[in-house]
Design a protein around this ligand. Structure first.
Ligand SMILES: NC(=O)c1ccc[n+]([C@@H]2O[C@H](COP(=O)([O-])OP(=O)(O)OC[C@H]3O[C@@H](n4cnc5c(N)ncnc54)[C@H](O)[C@@H]3O)[C@@H](O)[C@H]2O)c1
Length: 353
């Protein structure tokens, strides 16, 4: 029996609805497998926690997390209680950075039983490898002067190490898929970091002669994601570009509520963190109608990362079966509740195995 200590952080809003749902399903998957045991510990770190303690997590929070095998997170943010730059930087981004989760992996594919908003969607199946530790998301910068003379500076940081690591990870993924990597650039407009990004991409590509490459400007690539997503296999992108591309990926799948993500510590020195792409959805929180599929698919990414790909495939099959049966939450034009979708998936898993 392989035991895994998992830190569950439901966070804010619908995180408190979809994380428990996905935990129940992962427990069923573990039971079916017979050789996996999840040892869950839940942490209440969230905006409510901030209101009580003046911080998003305790000062020793990162050390606590270091002792776990993996982290399973819902969503962070409740802008009516705590400004987003405090809540996200105080929890989510701190964990990503301090536990060196330098790769953000976000798949997008046309699921059976799901209506894409694209009129004639071909069978797309792509993955975005987003650099997760630097780029445009830095704290370097500042504001000076006030009023009409105000000046704001926000710096972007690109190191050779992190850029190369993201690219190598993308090429390694491509080798397991359809041998194709597209780099998201903007070297026609951003004159230092993006020519550097292109240069590293060309250098790394020489180590992977079997992989076809192309560089596309981010604006054109965002449009391609809508007009011909089936032509894309692996996309490698900077932190901001990857963030934007993956919301488009979620949208063409049918809803942001189904899109999964993994923040990977590639050296496996520290835990990785698995969290869906969506946020805390304050507009529907507490109504019992949040789509749990993004969180559940995120569970599949955790299974894959731990080497249980066959269980991950089974879980995705269960998701598609449920969608094909018409059991869908309102974001997918259905009437089902979070609980009904969760129960349907559990029933499929138990019936099939
Ligand atoms: N990784 C994260 O923790 C993360 C990611 C994005 C946003 N946020 C935070 O979440 C808060 C809300 O952000 P937002 O409104 O821009 O984005 P959001 O993803 O929370 O919601 C956008 C829209 O999608 C819907 N939606 C999202 N997930 C859904 C689901 N599972 N089922 C059904 N509908 C779903 C919402 O109802 C809303 O209409 C903010 O504080 C933001 O900073 C956190």
């Amino acid at each position: 029996m392989e035991k895994y200590a998992i830190a569950a952080i439901p966070g804010d809003g619908i995180g408190n609805e979809v994380v428990p749902a996905a935990m129940r399903i992962l427990d069923v998957v573990a039971e079916i497998h017979g050789g996996i045991q999840w040892e869950w510990t839940s942490f209440p770190w969230s905006c409510q926690y901030y209101l009580q303690h003046g911080m998003m997590m305790p000062s020793e929070g990162i050390d606590i997390l270091r002792s776990f095998d993996q982290i399973f997170l819902g969503a962070v943010g409740m802008p009516n209680l705590v400004p987003d730059h405090i809540s996200l930087w105080g929890l989510l981004i701190r964990i990503r950075r301090e536990l060196e989760q330098s790769i953000n992996l976000r798949p997008a594919r046309l699921l059976k039983g799901l209506r894409s908003p694209l009129l004639h969607p071909a069978d797309f199946d792509l993955v975005v490898i987003r650099e997760n530790s630097e780029g445009e998301y830095t704290e370097i910068g500042g504001r000076m002067k006030k009023g009409e003379d105000e000046i704001v500076v926000q710096n972007a940081v690109f190191t050779r190490k992190a850029t190369e690591r993201a690219m190598r990870y993308a090429f390694e993924q491509a080798k397991k898929r359809r041998n194709q990597v597209t780099s998201a650039t903007k070297s026609n407009g951003i004159s230092h970091s993006m020519p550097f990004w292109d240069e590293v991409f060309r250098e790394v590509s020489t180590d992977y002669p079997q992989v076809t490459t192309s560089s596309q400007h981010i604006d054109a690539l965002t449009a391609f994601l809508i007009t011909r997503p089936h032509d894309l296999d692996v996309i490698v992108a900077s932190n901001l570009f990857g963030d934007i591309l993956t919301d488009v990926g979620a949208a063409i799948m049918g809803s942001i509520g189904i899109a999964p993500a993994a923040n990977l510590n590639v050296d496996r020195k520290y835990p990785s963190m698995f969290e869906p792409v969506h946020g805390s959805a304050p507009d529907i929180a507490g109504q019992g109608i949040a789509n749990p599929l993004g969180q559940i698919w995120t569970g599949k990414l955790m299974l894959d990362f731990l080497g249980y790909e066959e269980m991950g495939t089974l879980l995705l099959e269960a998701i598609e079966f449920t969608l094909q049966s018409g059991i869908k939450t309102p974001d997918l034009h259905g009437k089902a509740t979070t609980e009904e979708v969760t129960t349907a998936i559990i029933e499929y898993l138990q019936k099939t195995c």
